[in-house]
Design a protein around this ligand. Structure first.
Ligand code: MD3
Ligand code: FE
Length: 219
């Protein structure tokens, strides 16, 4: 299959969707991989969420708030009841820089205060089916960072899981920001390309994806 990389020179994929390749330096990728290993040690371990009775193949650890289908909570009541780790300040600053570098206006950048991160781990066989992210009440952009193996990411439309969609390869260090009209687009991960993680990215096997969100929830 040919993967078509339709981004314009400024990284625009669709209105509100911007991709910046190799946005994270190898040092930053390694830092994130090291943090991931620490986050996965708890208090809430990596877990495969159950969606309508089926375990996802992706495993997730959350920061700030815990995501379970289809709610955000402070305690991981579907895992071990522990409170999730706080959302780190460095990640708020990184999120703002991501918005700045993808051309968002200064007011949007200043107002961006993500409170939840889903940190997904994909092994060689993991996939993520086409879905919309709509458990948040805020329409602020989602910031996505990838580390480790390359994957095929499917970016769809806001109407249905089906066509039209665009398949893109996401590699270690890539930044993707989804805002505006793209915020409610269906999307998924159709394949992880094993042994494609660059030397020095800090992850020997598999893929990490961090998505930062503003849930719009209080408390
Ligand atoms: C497009 N994660 O955690 S990141 C998820 O690679 C999720 O782990 C995928 O979908 C992953 O919900 C994709 C890219 C992404 C994230 C959020 C989006 C694309 C998006 C929100 C709206 C539209
Ligand atoms: Fe998603």
């Amino acid at each position: 299959m040919t993967l078509f990389t339709p981004e314009l020179p400024d990284g625009r994929i669709a209105p509100g969707a911007t991709l910046i390749r190799s946005w994270l330096t190898p040092d930053q990728q390694r830092w994130i991989a090291d943090q991931f290993h620490a986050w996965a040690r708890g208090p809430v371990p990596l877990r495969a969420a159950k969606v309508r009775g089926h375990e996802m193949s992706v495993r997730t650890v959350c920061l700030g708030r815990h995501w379970q289908p289809y709610a955000y909570t402070r305690e991981a009541t579907d895992v071990n009841g522990a409170r999730v780790l706080p959302f780190p300040d460095w990640m708020i600053r990184l999120g703002r820089r991501a918005l700045q570098d993808t051309g968002h206006d200064p007011d949007t950048v200043r107002a961006y205060t993500p409170d939840t991160a889903l940190v997904n781990y994909y092994d060689a066989n993991a996939r993520m089916g086409m879905h919309q992210d709509k458990d948040e009440t805020s329409c602020a952009p989602v910031v996505s960072l990838s580390v480790g193996d390359t994957c095929t990411f499917r970016f769809g439309n806001t109407e249905s899981r089906g066509r039209p969609y665009t398949d893109l390869v996401l590699a270690s260090g890539d930044l993707f920001v989804f805002g505006g009209p793209s915020r409610l687009a269906y999307h998924g991960v159709t394949k992880v390309h094993t042994n494609t993680a660059p030397e020095g990215c800090g992850l020997g096997h598999g893929r990490i994806n961090i998505t930062m969100r503003m849930t719009g929830l209080d408390g």
